[in-house]
Design a protein around this ligand. Structure first.
Ligand code: 147
Length: 656
């Protein structure tokens, strides 16, 4: 790529600051949450966990992200699972739940300058003050969000930089203004508001309301397809693609991400882009498998994959920082004549220059949404002509990637120093490349020894919850509806237990209101499996029923429609129900249980081919042939409604 073809036309692109610069660059980021996208990350073996976190956050090593956006847990399903709220109830407050606090601290440990951004997907039910609308009493959500920001500082010494409104749901102008006021009243003037993490509608409100305009610092929209609207640009506010990507992280996903990172500024003047999601640390059988910058969803083996989007990020992130400036369109930013694009960024002191060029072809850079209009890209020779303050540059460094589709990869290849005679840099660009030309001497393709090979989920498997702190999220569980936290049991015999703690329906994010708490674990491909668990209905605020399930075939926003074999017991009536679905519309069998005890009971479920057996306290309760159950799926535990139920001693055995 450093020598040009003699026969082809060579187009010259000036990179020149004489007529001024463009917008301030705010950074490239990843999103943990929306929801539960990092759920399998924390229990990696320490060595691999540190390696993974280095690939994401360590400066000049891997993706070296500038921004980390996290979900503010709202006790409801938000794509891959449920993230716990810091206030399940108005009287409850706890800042140790979930894994986002931990993740933010790990990010800060590697890069103290990483910027943090929090956004809710869902809200605990009480925020609605008796309704399903969080804006009925706007004091409630404003205080709730500000408590999360204050808690981040008080309990974790984390400074939150940005706060959003409500992911892809309604915003409320009065609420946004009140949020600004409550932040200010708590000495949180430094926390900037991004609105409204959805479409462009907020621009009209900003233009019609100068108080609102003052409250909002960044306009954040989702999946803009690199295009913005004139009225948004004219507000003068910084524009962010505050959620983007959501594409399978093979090399086409890498191509998508590389194209977005350049063209979000070239076409749309976006100065920040955030990937949904940060890292695919959730079971592949859940929706949007591997839609992360890299993949780490096998903590029991320690296996992980550094996918190409990590290195596509590095082309920009390792040679720029938030606070740099883009150059002007036409003198450092633009489209290439034969396809592709280039952006140039300048350090605040004006001394350093980074140029990122991408030539992603249409078919190798399709993102999940919106549709990508047709265009062509060809091999081309270009000349970069450094002018203005950059005319005196005599040497630059080049890094390049060539995305391939034959299994071989050249990503973020070792730097090459280029002499720059008379401010001219000649390049031959091939299709599906990214080239960074920079005065920065930093930059490294971080490497660790190959991680261990991937192994299936281990069986036999035992979990007694004794190894965890209170309110922890236990290893390998993937709660889909409700929140299941480790708690100390009131009776000494059980020690720590796992408790479903959501008492009322949250203000949900999914189109469906999901009403049957369910927590998944295991290998989606399990067919023949034996599982047992101790269960107890809460003495106060208890549920009516609890269940143990196998072959559960789905999670995510579709959890309501999960099929499998579900063994429900209802202790008050001493009845069991065997159903093919979570929502108990497909009954297989029901009957009374003769040996049910007060308090704890042990449930066991054995599935072999088309045969099913269930026991309570070691005594057979039913034996049944099944014809309509899915042939494989996850193990599930859960409840018949919101309310307290406890689980302990989960044992899973392979029956083969
Ligand atoms: C986004 C959500 O904000 C994420 O939590 C995650 O669910 C992601 C998965 O792709 O999607 O929500 C969107 C859902 C639908 C559209 C855009 C964003 N859409 O149809 O344009």
């Amino acid at each position: 790529y450093l020598c040009t073809n003699s026969y082809a036309e060579e187009v010259t692109y000036p990179v020149d600051d004489t007529s001024g610069l463009g917008r301030r660059f705010d950074g490239i980021g990843g999103l943990s949450g929306g929801g539960a996208t990092s759920v399998l990350l924390q229990n990696y073996p320490e060595q691999q966990r540190n390696e993974i976190l280095d690939y994401l956050f360590k400066p000049n090593f891997g993706a070296s992200l500038h921004l980390l956006k996290v979900e503010i847990g709202g006790d409801a399903q938000s794509t891959e699972g449920t993230e716990a709220s810091h206030m399940h109830n108005s009287w409850d407050e706890n800042y140790n739940r979930g894994y986002e606090w931990w993740l933010m601290k790990e990010a800060k440990r590697r890069n103290p300058n990483i910027l943090l951004y929090g956004l809710p997907w869902a809200w605990p039910g009480w925020i609605g003050n008796g309704t399903r609308d969080p804006y009925t009493d706007i004091e409630l959500p404003a205080n709730y969000i500000v408590k999360w920001v204050l808690g981040a500082k008080k309990y974790h010494n984390l400074t939150i930089d940005f706060i959003g409104i409500w992911n892809e749901q309604a915003y409320d102008v009065k609420y946004i203004k009140l949020l600004r006021k409550v932040l200010d009243n708590n000495s949180l003037q430094h926390v900037r508001i991004v609105a409204a993490d959805g479409g462009w509608g907020i621009v009209n409100d900003i233009n019609n309301d100068s108080d609102l305009a003052k409250a909002i610092d960044y306009i954040g929209v989702h999946y803009p397809g690199t295009e913005s609207v004139m009225s948004a640009v004219q507000t003068g506010k910084q524009l962010w693609s505050s959620e983007d990507f959501s594409t399978f992280n093979d090399n086409i996903g890498g191509g998508c991400w590389a194209r977005l990172l350049n063209q979000n500024y070239v076409n749309g003047r976006f100065t920040g882009t955030i990937s949904w999601n940060l890292i695919a640390s959730y079971y592949d059988a859940l929706p949007f498998a591997r839609n992360g910058l890299m993949t780490a969803n096998s903590p029991w083996s320690g296996s992980y994959v550094v996918n190409s989007p990590i290195w596509m990020s590095a082309h920009t992130t390792q040679f720029t920082l938030p606070g740099w400036k883009y150059m002007s369109h036409g003198s450092g930013v633009g489209k290439l004549k034969y396809g592709g694009s280039y952006v140039s960024l300048v350090s605040p002191d004006g001394k350093d220059l980074t140029i990122v060029i991408e030539t992603m072809s249409h078919d190798h850079s399709i993102c999940v949404r919106p549709p990508l209009p047709a265009y062509t890209v060809a091999q081309q020779n270009i000349t970069i002509n450094l002018g203005g303050n950059f005319a005196k540059i005599t040497e630059v460094t080049a890094w390049y990637s060539q995305l391939r589709f034959d299994g071989k990869n050249d990503t973020f290849m070792q730097k090459v120093d280029i002499k720059v005679p008379n401010g001219l840099i000649h390049l031959r660009l091939d299709v599906d490349q990214v080239v960074t030309i920079t005065t920065m001497k930093v930059g490294q393709k971080g490497r660790y020894p190959n991680p261990p090979p991937s192994k299936p989920f281990p069986v036999p498997y035992k979990e007694d919850f004794e190894a965890y702190e209170e309110v922890s999220h236990p290893n390998n569980f993937a709660q889909q509806v409700g929140v299941f936290e480790v708690r100390k049991s009131e009776d000494t015999q059980h020690g720590n237990i796992l408790r479903q703690v959501v008492l009322h329906s949250p203000i949900h994010w999914c189109p469906n209101n999901l009403v049957f708490p369910i927590n998944l674990i295991g290998n989606f491909n399990w067919t023949d499996i034996s599982v047992s668990v101790d269960v107890q209905i809460g003495k106060e605020n208890g549920t009516d029923g609890v269940f143990l399930a196998a072959r559960v075939d789905k999670g995510g926003c579709q959890s309501f429609y999960a099929n499998g074999v579900f063994f429900y017991i209802f202790p008050a009536t001493k009845m069991f129900y065997l159903t093919y679905d979570l929502s108990r519309t497909q009954l297989v069998a029901k009957g009374s249980i003769s040996n049910l005890q007060d308090g704890w009971n042990n449930l066991e479920l054995i599935v072999e081919g088309y045969q099913l057996r269930g026991s309570v306290n070691g005594q057979l309760t039913f034996e049944h042939a099944i014809d309509k159950a899915p042939l494989s799926g996850f193990i599930g535990i859960g409840t018949s409604s919101y309310g307290i139920a406890d689980f302990d001693n989960l044992h899973i055995f392979d029956t083969n």
